[in-house]
Design a protein around this ligand. Structure first.
Ligand code: AMP
Length: 280
């Protein structure tokens, strides 16, 4: 396995990979790898041996300095995990390799970012699309894998790739959860044991609200009940808990059987967790 941190070297290694005639698949991550990431990589490996995993904690998408500083960084353990599952190439650039002195370009998405994380983390998705567009260009990947855990991110990346004519196939992978339903997340590593245990209220509240909505309960009251459960379980506050159209991400006040998604972001202590569930 090659761990690369210079763009010139990345290009050479990708040219070498391409010699086997198989497509290049990219799995972008911010590291602190868990089984959710490994699932994305396994999905990529069903299609090609040429899987590139990028590990980059992207400052441009953090709107809180503390969150960026505290984000877990575990490159040594990550490398061991990736080597064990036969990933041939890890792209782990320094911040200065991605945003060298004089870097002057920004990107902005509109529409799909008006609700949910887009509304509560201003500028976050502009930073996400900037790094993802750069990774697409740097790797020339044919396919890229993203988790549905970051549902709004997946929708926005699809839109950006379409708008900018990237010739890349974007695949979404269902959320990987622990045996008690909690979505795996690098941020779970920052929780105390008590917080980790309390955090399980999040998927349970989502599931209950989804069931109620499917059974015809009024959306506002299903959401109010879920909010109460989450706050009573020890979450400090809820950034949002909304039902949206699965494609447009517009907030739904009534559910008429269309494909919809119930999404939540909530703080437990200082840690912000997100989750979502499909309703159809
Ligand atoms: P991150 O390192 O958190 O930026 O995540 C890198 C990629 O892994 C993103 O496409 C995430 O949506 C995806 N991912 C993170 N957690 C999970 C999970 N529990 N299940 C599926 N995909 C995930």
């Amino acid at each position: 396995m090659h761990i690369i941190n210079e763009i010139s070297n990345l290009r050479l290694q990708i040219d070498a990979l391409r010699k086997n005639g198989q497509p290049i698949a990219l799995v972008p991550t911010m590291g602190a790898l868990h089984d959710g990431h490994v699932t994305l990589i396994r999905e990529a490996q069903k299609i090609t041996d040429n899987v590139i995993v990028s590990i980059f904690v992207n400052p441009a998408q953090f709107n809180q300095k503390d969150d960026l500083q505290n984000y877990p960084r575990t490159l040594v353990q990550d490398s061991e995990k990736l080597s064990a599952i036969q990933v041939p190439l890890v792209w782990a650039p320094a911040v200065s390799a991605i945003y060298p002195k004089g870097f002057s370009t920004s990107m902005a998405i509109s529409g799909l970012d008006q609700n949910l994380c887009g509304a509560t983390r201003p500028g976050h998705f502009d930073g996400v699309i900037l790094i993802v567009a750069k990774l697409f260009n740097q790797t020339g990947a044919d396919i890229a894998f993203f988790g549905e855990k970051d549902y709004q991110q997946l929708a926005i990346i699809r839109q950006m790739a379409h708008d900018l004519d990237f010739d890349i196939d974007i695949r979404g992978v269902p959320t990987v959860r622990n045996e008690n339903g909690l979505a795996l997340s690098s941020r779970n590593a920052l929780l105390t044991d008590q917080q980790y245990s309390d955090a399980h209220a999040l998927p349970r509240a989502l599931q209950n609200a989804a069931n109620s909505i499917k059974n015809g309960q009024n959306i506002d009251s299903a959401i109010a009940k879920a909010r109460e459960t989450i706050l009573n379980a020890g979450f400090k506050n809820i950034d949002y808990l909304d039902l949206v159209d699965a494609k447009t991400l517009n907030i739904l006040k009534k559910w008429n059987g269309e494909e919809a998604r119930l999404l939540v972001a909530a703080f437990i202590g200082t840690i912000r967790l997100i989750d979502n569930i499909s309703i159809k």
